[in-house]
Design a protein around this ligand. Structure first.
Ligand code: MCN
Ligand code: SMO
Length: 789
């Protein structure tokens, strides 16, 4: 009988195998890679948000010591093909990605020229001597104004600044809203945020003149996407371009797009036949790495007298900055706001219109949560506002309206389908663990003592592990719905598993090894995981969109099963047993009920090296390799409830998060230790979005938050102990039963904290409709309410 692989590692809190390397300074990031003869790049960036470039004088810079070249857009005409993030969405307008501004600059910080020099200091010095003659143009910094019909479009050749417009509709929202006995309506604003990965963007290109081949080391989340884009941009065959993501110090979505500097180092390396490196400094990172969450949402929710949802209407404007980024397009974030706004609730009538509007600011792109932090903020605020009007407890209004067991699968107003997830169960678990009733009692006492103490609940659902059917919907030029796992046992008996995903903090070297170890019957440390290198795999995209546990985990499972069959067949022959009697544990293969056994090195040696031991007819099918791809087709629903308790200082208006409880359903966990860590990190970023982080541009489009002194990220002092609880409502149909969760923390936290703040100041008659709630913003709200009363 075949012994089922006994799960031993999956579900265990296995220590991350990458940590000893990363924590002892032995990680290998792009900037750690030193290649002989490397040239260094510094970038001249625009001082203006919108201007015509009349002249760029590079003569003096070119004469500076150590400078080997100074380049502007015209130097690359014909050598770099502009690339467009195309889409078959109606009313969508692509903008070209050109690495250097050509004629017009569209945001402050946009690259205009590059200096290539023997070292970075000399290159920076020379940048200072480039003279640019600008003719300033009217800046579009307000998305609503930019969207107006009489506003002059900022992109030549486009008739509008609305890069994409779409409407969603289900049922009869207008008619149902008329019937509603309770209506709550507000204008919500989530401010622009920067992902701020620990490692800034970094690129090193190496050109092999002998082979005419290029290797790009990039701090990217998506080496496969970058390779395929470079094929187009540089007009080189894919076989001559290799993109490697070595250790990457976080990305949070911001490293999942193609960047100008990434193209520039490649084309320069090809020109000079020498390695070329560019490493962003923090200022450059804060002004030129894709930003996010810049959403304006007018929304109205209608309910009957019992608190049942009747209708939701919304108008969404996403400020997407100057360009539609490759490959995700400018549609990504605002579309997801509209797509996920109805949340985990039964709601038959929904209408929404959404516009992605270009402005003279840096482009926005994916950032942990993508659209759903804003959608959840809006919907969960509306739920609490409605509860307040109905004098209901925020917990009860959610309980009443969740999509429940018998309703699954449930198609929400935007067309997204919730396969099945523990919406109600997460709420109940979070309330139980937070001691919700007790917290309410504490609140009564706190209020009596004059404290501003509030409790906020936020529930959300998200779609993870998106497969080919869902990924095809926006009509992008790439398929993000599949991944491949290739596993081999080499002639020494070692196991190497190769993936297209590119772990950049998620611990996938550990979790994928756990999955394979269980399937093959070996130990975690026996499985070497290779990832983030396009030379090792035919097709891949990378790690983003909470997909890797589901899709790479699924591919790992399928591939390991196929490989196990080969091992069993070889072992059965070598040990003269029936395949059914072969068992593999801890890497040791034995015949059940006997003492006949062998290890993997012996088996590999017999297969690969001992010619004659296995007859050729059997051996030719026994190359110890398997490659399977996995496509979850639609994807699977994850959900959570977050509960925050906050205390606000009535003197300084500073909000302190006192408790933070998360109950989440990500199906079967591969590694609960890593899942907890993912939630902690996500919530920390959500706390940043709720309280601190804001990219501020002035009315001329100048960024006022270009350092970490002005752009404030949460530190250990602002992040409380985060209490995380898990449940597995029902095994999803995905191979392995995993659901994604890497973004969830950031989705729930801003809404939960916003609700907690609103609850804390409910006696002051103000609503919380704008994030982040900085002390300054809260002070103004309170003062305005005082003035009005
Ligand atoms: N996991 C698990 N069991 C599950 C689900 C997940 O053990 N059922 C573990 C896996 O190790 C998995 C990780 O948790 O890799 C995250 O889960 P998953 O939802 O599969 O997300 P991805 O691995 O595809 O990672 C992408 C996700 C995204 S989209 C952003 S943004 C984000 C995030 O991961 N950026 C991160 N987490 C990050 N963590 C770090 N440290 N750095 C980033 O840049
Ligand atoms: S924003 Mo995550 O990389 O999808």
């Amino acid at each position: 009988m075949v012994s089922e692989a006994r799960p031993k590692n999956v579900g265990a809190r296995v220590q991350r195998v990458e940590d000893p390397r990363l924590l002892t300074g032995n990680g290998r990031y792009v900037d750690d890679i030193k290649l002989h003869g490397t040239l260094h790049v510094a970038v001249l960036r625009s001082d203006y948000a919108h201007a015509r470039i009349l002249e760029v004088d590079t003569a003096e810079a070119a004469r500076m010591p150590g400078v080997v070249g100074v380049f502007t857009a015209k130097d690359f005409h014909g050598e770099i093909k502009p690339i467009y993030a195309t889409s078959n969405m109606k009313n969508y307008h692509a903008t070209p990605l050109k690495p250097l501004a050509d004629g017009i600059v569209h945001y402050s910080g946009q690259p205009i020229a590059v200096v290539v020099a023997d070292d970075r200091y000399l290159a920076e010095d020379a940048v200072g001597s480039i003279a640019v003659d600008f003719q300033q143009l009217d800046e579009l910094v307000d998305a609503e104004a930019a969207a107006a019909e009489d506003t002059v479009p900022m992109h030549a050749g486009l008739a509008t600044n609305v890069l994409v417009a779409r409407k969603f509709s289900k049922g009869e929202a207008d008619e149902a809203m008329e019937r509603a006995s309770v209506r709550v309506k507000e204008r919500f604003r989530m401010r622009r945020k920067s992902p701020v990965a620990l490692e800034n963007r970094s690129y090193l290109a190496d050109f092999d003149k002998g082979r005419n081949a290029l290797t790009l080391y990039s701090s990217t989340q998506v080496p496969g996407i970058i390779r395929d884009a470079l094929v187009e941009v540089l007009d080189m065959p894919g076989s001559k371009i290799r993109v490697v993501a070595p250790d990457v110090g976080g990305g949070f979505g911001s490293k999942s797009s193609l960047y100008p500097e990434e193209v520039l180092v490649c084309v320069l390396a090809r020109r000079f036949g020498q390695p070329v490196k560019w490493v962003s400094d923090r200022l450059e990172d804060l002004i030129s790495t894709n930003q996010a969450f810049d959403e304006l949402v007018d929304a109205e929710l209608g309910l009957d007298g019992e608190g049942n949802l009747l209708a939701l209407r919304a108008e969404i404007i996403g400020d997407v900055g100057a360009f539609s980024i490759y490959p995700w397009t400018a549609a990504l974030e605002p579309m997801q706001v509209a797509g996920f706004l109805p949340g985990p609730y039964r709601l038959e009538n929904y209408s929404a219109s959404v516009r992605a509007v270009s402005t003279n600011k840096p482009p926005t792109g994916p950032y942990r949560g993508v659209g759903r932090p804003a959608a959840t903020f809006v919907m969960e605020r509306l739920m609490d506002m409605a509860a307040k009007q109905l004098s209901m407890d925020p917990r009860d209004i959610r309980r009443r309206n969740f999509v429940r067991g018998e309703d699954f699968p449930y198609k929400i107003g935007s067309g997204i389908v919730w396969d099945r997830s523990g919406f109600t169960e997460c709420l109940e678990l979070a309330c139980e663990k937070a001691g919700y009733d007790e917290l309410r009692r504490i609140q009564v006492a706190a209020r009596a003592a004059g404290r501003w103490f509030g409790i906020g609940i936020a529930s959300y659902a998200e779609l993870t592990g998106i497969g080919s059917r869902m990924s095809a919907a926006p009509g992008m030029p790439i398929n993000t719905g599949t991944e491949t796992a290739e596993i081999q046992i080499d002639s020494s008996g070692s196991i190497t598993a190769t993936f297209g995903i590119a772990s950049h903090g998620q611990g996938l070297e550990t979790t994928l090894a756990q999955v394979i170890a269980d399937e093959l019957g070996v130990r975690v440390e026996d499985v070497e995981i290779v990832h983030g290198d396009t030379a090792t795999i035919a097709h891949s995209t990378g790690t983003y969109a909470s997909r890797s546990a589901v899709i790479a985990g699924g591919a790992a499972t399928l591939s390991a099963r196929a490989l196990r069959e080969k091992v069993v067949e070889a072992a059965a022959f070598l040990l003269e047993a029936d395949a059914e009697d072969i068992e593999i544990h801890e890497g040791l293969i034995h015949v059940s009920g006997t003492n006949r056994k062998m290890d993997l090195p012996e088996l590999a040696h017999a297969v690969y090296s001992e010619m004659g031991r296995i007859p050729i007819e059997i051996r030719e099918n026994l190359d110890l390799r398997a490659s399977k791809f996995y496509d979850p087709v639609f994807g699977t629903t994850s959900s959570a409830t977050h509960i925050a308790a906050v205390d606000i200082d009535p003197q300084t208006y500073f909000v302190t998060v006192k408790r933070f409880v998360v109950a989440e359903d990500c199906g079967r966990m591969i590694n609960p230790l890593i899942v907890d860590g993912q939630v902690h990190g996500g919530v920390a970023q959500g706390i940043g979005a709720a309280l601190l982080e804001e990219v501020v541009h002035d009315e001329t489009g100048q960024i006022l938050t270009a350092s970490l002194v002005d752009y404030v990220v949460p530190s250990a002092c602002e992040v409380p102990k985060i209490e995380v609880f898990h449940l597995e409502s029902e095994a999803p149909s995905t191979v392995g039963g995993y659901r994604g969760m890497g973004e969830g923390g950031t989705i729930g936290a801003p809404a939960a904290i916003a609700n907690a703040i609103a609850d804390a100041v409910s006696h002051l008659n103000i609503d919380i409709c704008e994030l982040p709630v900085t002390p300054d913003r809260l002070f103004r709200l309170v003062r305005a309410a005082n003035d009005a009363s």
